[in-house]
Design a protein around this ligand. Structure first.
Ligand SMILES: Cc1ncc(COP(=O)(O)O)c(C=O)c1O
Length: 440
């Protein structure tokens, strides 16, 4: 197959990358199919991360490709400001079939970051529309990741993502993260201890006054920070406290959406329904960028039905509901339905969990966490060199034909939902060897 071989790496400023290292040691992906990537030299790399938690249906899915091609020939682009095109409405209706009951209104964005900022803006506009303009405070959680816009970054709680960028948004506060409880180490699935950490919201209410708080935004399962599964009962308590104090609960479902934990959305399996949920990534299987925000009908009604006339929400993107993305989304959702990808994920979850926890006794493994088809394996950092050990494991795995992801010294795995037992064996076999090789 003829794949491009660039000979000049200078111009591209790569995102979230050690540009200098990469350009001296490029690891280049040229094509993908099924569970695998292929390098320009033809080496096969097993995808243990569904790209960046996004190619949930596997790579190169023909139905998605054909839907994009067909749509490109019909309508390349049309505005969605004061105009419409049918496929955007169809995509929204299809999403609304998958979201929890009563969350039937869908706003389109182009990424998870835009979805996070859109959700926060909708929460602010909702309170204003109802005459509670004092509710301007946004609450996130330590170690939360909500993308890189100013809203998501400010409400997010990962220090490394914030420290280069000054003061960020005002009127933001954070709940404590849920990690570090000794009894939860090596927990399988949902850890037992820590539901009480949600009660920290009462402290923030006491500190700021409920009448100043618009929304709480959390990932149902925190991914980017290195896989933090909520303690049993934690999300229920957070839901109850938000309801008690008139605060909107936003779930950032950018990684938990579209089958990742065995249901269409995390809310379904975790049994807690938010007021607003964000999504992106798996929505189009990442074939075309697209994100979305689904809201409870009452949130939409307050803003849209409550408006005097004219534009109700002064927000939107040139590419909101882009025809190619909408076509990819519909084809992706159809694939999920036809192949019951959430069910497939659930069926293989016990094997996945067993394989994940089989790494427990390897050198420097200090914790393992899992839920659905997600795994986090935490390594002890090298003295004075945080992140170094895991990065070396990443490079070893890649060179041995397996793609993993690392954040700090945590290895995060999130394979396509079409993973089979033989892939699980290979993924964990290669990873185990790499962890052993970096024992020193
Ligand atoms: C929970 C969550 N929210 C938001 C984002 C940002 O998405 P994007 O990179 O598409 O802007 C991510 C990306 O990993 C995410 O995991």
């Amino acid at each position: 197959m003829n794949v491009p071989r660039p000979n000049n790496l200078d111009a591209y400023w790569m995102p979230y990358s050690d540009n200098k290292y990469f350009k001296a040691n490029p690891r280049m992906i040229a094509r993908a199919e099924g569970m695998s990537y292929f390098t320009a030299d033809g080496a096969e790399i097993l995808d243990g991360t569904a790209g960046l938690w996004c190619c949930n249906a596997g790579h190169g899915r023909v139905q998605i490709k054909e839907a994009i091609q067909k749509q490109a020939a019909i309508l390349d682009y049309a505005p969605t400001f004061q105009l419409g095109h049918p496929i955007a409405f169809e995509a929204a209706a299809r999403i609304a079939e998958l979201t929890p009951d009563g969350m039937d209104k869908v706003f389109f964005t182009n990424s998870g970051s835009e979805s996070a900022d859109t959700a926060l803006k909708i929460a602010l506009a909702y309170h204003k529309a109802r005459g509670e303009s004092s509710r301007v405070r946004l609450i996130g959680r330590e170690r939360g990741y909500h993308g890189v816009g100013f809203g998501g970054m400010s409400v997010g709680g990962i220090g490394g993502n914030r420290k280069q960028f000054g003061a960020l948004l005002p009127y933001v506060d954070h709940l404590p993260h849920t990690h570090g409880i000794e009894a939860n180490r090596f927990a399988r699935g949902m850890p037992e201890e820590g539901a009480h950490l949600a009660d920290a919201l009462e402290n923030l209410v006491a500190l700021h006054g409920a009448e100043t708080i618009a929304a709480v935004m959390v990932e149902p399962i925190a991914g980017s920070t290195g896989v933090l599964v909520p303690p049993r009962g934690y999300l229920e308590r957070l839901r109850a406290l938000c309801t008690k104090h008139g605060i909107l609960l936003i779930f950032d479902e950018v990684i938990t959406g579209f089958g990742r934990i065995g249901t269409n959305f995390g809310a379904e399996r975790l049994g807690v329904t938010p007021d607003i949920m964000t999504m992106a990534k798996g929505l189009t299987n990442a074939a075309v960028p697209m994100g979305a925000v689904a809201v409870r009908n009452g949130v939409y009604d307050a803003i849209v039905e409550g408006a005097p006339g004219g534009i109700e929400l002064f927000h939107g993107y040139t590419y909101s509901g882009h025809p190619l993305a909408a076509a990819a989304a519909i084809a992706t959702m159809e694939l999920h339905r036809e192949e019951d990808l959430p069910g497939r994920a659930r069926a293989i979850e016990p094997l996945w969990q067993e394989a994940t926890h089989s790494l427990r006794d390897l050198p420097n493994v200090i914790d393992i966490r899992d839920y659905g088809l997600i795994a986090g394996i935490e390594l002890a950092p090298r003295a004075g060199k945080p992140g170094h050990r895991a990065m070396e494991v990443f490079r070893r795995c890649f060179d041995a034909g397996v793609l993993i992801r690392v954040t700090g010294d945590i290895i995060a795995l999130s394979p396509p939902l079409i993973i089979e037992p033989k892939h699980i064996d290979r993924l964990y076999g290669t990873l185990g060897e790499a962890i052993r090789a970096e024992a020193a």
